[in-house]
Design a protein around this ligand. Structure first.
Ligand code: NAD
Length: 481
């Protein structure tokens, strides 16, 4: 196995993973990988092209013939092997996420650990899923849908790869994975880890490349039956449209503008710190980030004070330092995007309570922004409607519970939501009226068997547990006369 090469201090990656081996790229385009803490080039990556993609699809198609016929027990064994193999590389995967993406150390580790958990969770989900049911002279079986194209975003690379691969393997599908080209070093370490699980050749193949080249070939190719995608709404729309020509099954995990409703009976000393954690998850570069904080107008002064106090914990700096809560944005482009929204918020009349425009003092070299909280935000302002994907929180005041629910649902998105309150019955009543694929009560929490996915523009379909496996299955009924 060819190792990641280091020439001077610049690493190079020139291979893809096809048919159980690291193979040299047919595509010749080379891109720089830039370290977000200082803007320096740390690696050069050779990108795959349509030919690399077609080779990977052909390998996955060959492997599908036998892998699709594996039993539950065999797939369980593969999932447990993947779990063990990736577990062995948690430190390396965390380190490379901090270096290439700028994820803060503690959160990067959580992301990697969630990825590892995905294999065990899929194994459990598979056990609970009846793949065959029969009554009278009718038999219904759940069949792997075919070769799946897995296309992922850059903000939690390890998690997306593991989650999608785990569900596909549990279902008996073979895959071609196209991670974000901005996560090439992280992908490389992950593929080394996955390779150690010694799955049959061709079950998973990985081609690093551009969405418009490798991703587009996966979407267009008739030998790919399913696309599971995590990324932006714009690309999700294109995948749905272009995939229709070959009747692709699609799972789309897209953006969010998630509300956190603080009810008037909430203990603000607990609710506001929890709400801030939700808002600034993964330095704000999180699809689930609770970026609209809905608070009772009657408690606004106390909320402002609690936010000012709570924001002291959100220190910005070197993501490798475990005391740091907010790292740099992933790229110059993302830095500029976040800054432009902060400017827009000011122009539209929102009040900056914490943060504001420009780099924090002493952090001028990297893509750092100031974690920013706006108050006096109206829900129709751009900063309350559009996904910023950075550490920017909009505080919106409401008069009544009904108004809070109306504002929460007044969004094109519906991925995630949170409700904070002392009366749990009431919190559940509010949660059940929110148009969101997942609602958490009194703080961020997770359950790997619970579904994940969006209402409205936040996507199509669900991931995690048995719901995620079902997304890679077709139903067949056999009826005897
Ligand atoms: P993006 O849509 O730009 O890219 C996502 C992936 O799609 C990348 O691998 C990219 O190369 C590929 N791609 C681009 N054009 C393509 C095309 N024409 N055909 C096929 N593939 C193509 O998104 P991003 O900037 O990488 O990620 C940020 C977005 O992802 C945000 O909107 C965020 O909310 C969303 N996201 C959603 C979830 C979720 O679970 N719902 C999780 C994380 C991120």
């Amino acid at each position: 196995m060819e190792a990641m090469m280091e020439k001077d201090t610049i690493k190079t990656v020139t291979t893809h993973y096809i048919d159980g081996a690291f193979v040299e790229s047919h595509g010749r385009q080379v891109i720089d990988v830039v370290k977000p803490t200082n803007g320096q080039v740390i690696a050069r990556v050779t990108l795959g092209d349509e030919e690399d993609t077609r080779r990977a699809i052909a390998a996955a198609k060959r492997a599908f013939a036998s892998f699709s016929r594996t039993t539950k027990e065999e797939r369980s064994r593969y999932l447990l092997r993947l779990h063990k193999a990736v577990s062995a590389r948690i430190d390396d995967l965390t380190g490379v996420m901090v270096e290439e993406y700028g994820g803060v150390a503690q959160f990067a580790r959580l992301i990697v650990e969630s990825g590892v958990t995905a294999f065990a969770a899929a194994e459990k989900g598979l056990q609970e899923l009846p793949l065959r049911q029969s009554w009278g002279k009718t038999t219904v079986t759940l069949e792997p849908v075919g070769v799946a194209g897995l296309i992922t975003a850059w903000n939690a690379n390890a998690l997306f790869i593991c989650l999608k691969l785990a569900s596909a393997v549990a279902a008996g599908c073979t895959v071609v994975l196209k991670p974000s080209e901005m996560s090439s070093l992280q992908t490389r370490v992950m593929v080394e880890a996955l390779n150690a699980a010694e799955l049959p050749k061709g079950v998973f193949n990985v081609v690093t490349g551009l969405g418009t080249v490798v991703g587009a070939e996966l979407v267009r190719n008739p030998d790919v039956a399913k696309i599971s995608f995590t990324g932006s709404v714009a690309v999700g729309e294109a995948i749905m449209r272009d995939g229709a020509a070959t009747m692709k099954r699609v799972t789309l995990e897209l953006g969010g503008k998630s509300p956190t409703i603080v009810l008037d009976d909430a203990n603000l000393d607990k609710a506001i710190p929890s709400a801030l954690i939700l808002a600034f998850l993964n330095s704000g570069q999180a699809c689930a980030a609770g970026t609209r904080l809905l608070v009772p107008k009657s408690r606004l002064d106390d909320v402002r004070r609690a936010i000012r106090d709570g924001m002291r914990a959100f220190t910005v700096g070197d993501p490798a330092d475990p005391s740091i809560a907010i790292g740099p944005m992933v790229s110059q482009k993302q830095y500029e995007r976040v800054e432009s929204y902060i400017r827009k918020g000011i122009e539209e009349g929102a009040e900056v309570l914490v943060g504001g425009e420009g780099r924090p003092k002493g952090l001028e070299a990297g893509y750092f922004v100031k974690p920013t909280v706006f108050v006096n935000v109206k829900n129709d302002m751009t900063i309350a409607q559009e996904e910023i994907f950075g550490p920017v929180l909009s505080v919106i005041a409401y008069d009544s519970e009904d108004e809070a629910i109306r504002i929460a649902n007044d969004s094109k998105y519906g991925l995630h939501a949170a409700v904070m309150g002392t009366d749990l019955q009431r919190a559940h009543r509010v949660a059940s009226q929110l148009q969101a694929g997942r609602v958490v009560i009194n703080g961020m929490t997770d359950d790997p068997q619970a579904p994940w996915g969006g209402f409205k523009y936040s996507g199509v379909g669900r991931e995690y547990g048995r719901y995620g496996i079902e997304a890679f299955l077709e139903t067949r009924a056999i009826l005897e006369s």
